[in-house]
Design a protein around this ligand. Structure first.
Ligand code: NAP
Length: 308
């Protein structure tokens, strides 16, 4: 079978750290082009400064991976779908819920694959955590996602703009895991969003959720954490406690701790290839919906200005 000719659009941190190596390591794909306004791309691979330019003058493309900030993703996805290309959306899948829903129906109409990816769902501990929790009674959940924004998002102006999500940019990864491993749906009850006086998006958030059986789920997000970083989810059940740490990579069950190799992006590309070959899409907006609910129902509290 011929490889899927893919273009990576938006060559920034995540494209370089993860997408390009994962594509190079998967025989189902060949890197046909890159698109980025300022980044020069990859030596020996055709490069365009915009998707318009690629479509007008570039090589034939079957699929695009959109690794740009979320605010510009919808227009790029529409443009790619209008040419019949399959589309891989980095997380979050869009800047609003309604644009993602619109993309889903557009993909269906043109018969192309739309993959709204959630990389944290492919972390090593997540599938076994989901299996372990499937027949247990959930009593209480605690999510602590505390990291240093200066280390992980240096100079990323878009992340502080409307649609950039602020501290929910990493926080949505935790929600992508929790909505996948808990056996019941969850919903938001209340939230406090701490917003720096000079920014549009929160630097910290405290959120109360509940699952449909009444179990409380507390989420603590903070971008001001220096020193040790925390990406932990603790689920208390009637048969003991489950802990996912390191963003889902390490699973601790009452029986012991399991470590496994990081396969998040190789897993995402294997999934994208199988969706394309099977003529299917995968679009789950549940994590984005919970973030939207936090913005809809949360209290806003102004805090100290943030400067990079
Ligand atoms: P980033 O370093 O700012 O990279 C984004 C790139 O998108 C920029 O370098 C820019 O390219 C390009 N871009 C902007 N507008 C464009 C357009 N209209 N057409 C083509 N390219 C455009 O951001 P990032 O950290 O890689 O994050 C990108 C997305 O990946 C976000 O949604 C984020 O949540 C997600 N993500 C990030 C990480 C992470 O660890 N950083 C992890 C997982 C997922 P130029 O530099 O050429 O202008």
């Amino acid at each position: 079978m011929d490889p899927i000719r893919i273009a990576v659009v938006g060559v920034g941190k995540i494209a370089r750290d993860q997408h390009l190596p994962a594509i190079a390591g998967n025989k189902a794909f060949s890197l046909a082009a890159t698109v980025s306004p300022r980044d020069p791309g990859v030596e020996g691979v055709p490069h365009a400064k915009s998707l318009d330019e690629l479509i007008a003058n570039g090589p034939a493309i079957d699929a695009v991976a959109l690794c740009t900030p979320p605010q510009v993703r919808y227009d790029l996805a529409v443009q790619a779908l209008s040419k019949g290309m399959h589309v891989f959306l980095e997380k979050p899948p869009g800047a609003t819920l309604s644009e993602v829903v619109a993309l889903e129906s557009r993909a269906e109409k043109v018969g192309a694959t739309l993959f709204a990816s959630w990389h944290s769902r492919f972390a090593a501990g997540v599938a076994p955590a989901r299996a372990w929790l499937s027949d247990r009674k959930i009593e209480k959940v605690s999510i602590v996602w505390r990291e240093d924004v200066r280390v992980w998002h240096p100079g990323q102006a878009w992340i502080w703009e409307p649609g950039g999500l602020g501290v929910f940019d990493p926080g949505i990864n935790a929600l992508s895991i929790v909505t996948h491993i808990l056996p019941r749906p969850m919903f938001l009850q209340g939230a406090t969003l701490e917003i720096p006086a000079n920014r549009a998006a929160p630097i910290a958030a405290d959120i109360e959720f509940r699952d449909t059986a009444g179990a409380p789920i507390h989420m603590d997000l903070d971008w001001r954490q220096t020193g040790p970083q925390s990406w932990d989810i603790v689920v208390e059940t009637d048969e003991g406690t489950l802990k996912l740490s390191n963003g889902g990579a390490v699973l601790t069950l009452p029986s012991g701790t399991e470590h496994a190799e990081d396969m998040e992006y190789p897993g995402l590309y294997a999934r994208f290839a199988s969706l394309i070959r099977g003529g299917r899409s995968d679009v789950d907006v549940a994590p984005l919906r919970l973030v939207a609910d936090a913005f809809l129902r949360g209290h806003r509290k102004l805090v100290d200005e943030f400067h990079d």
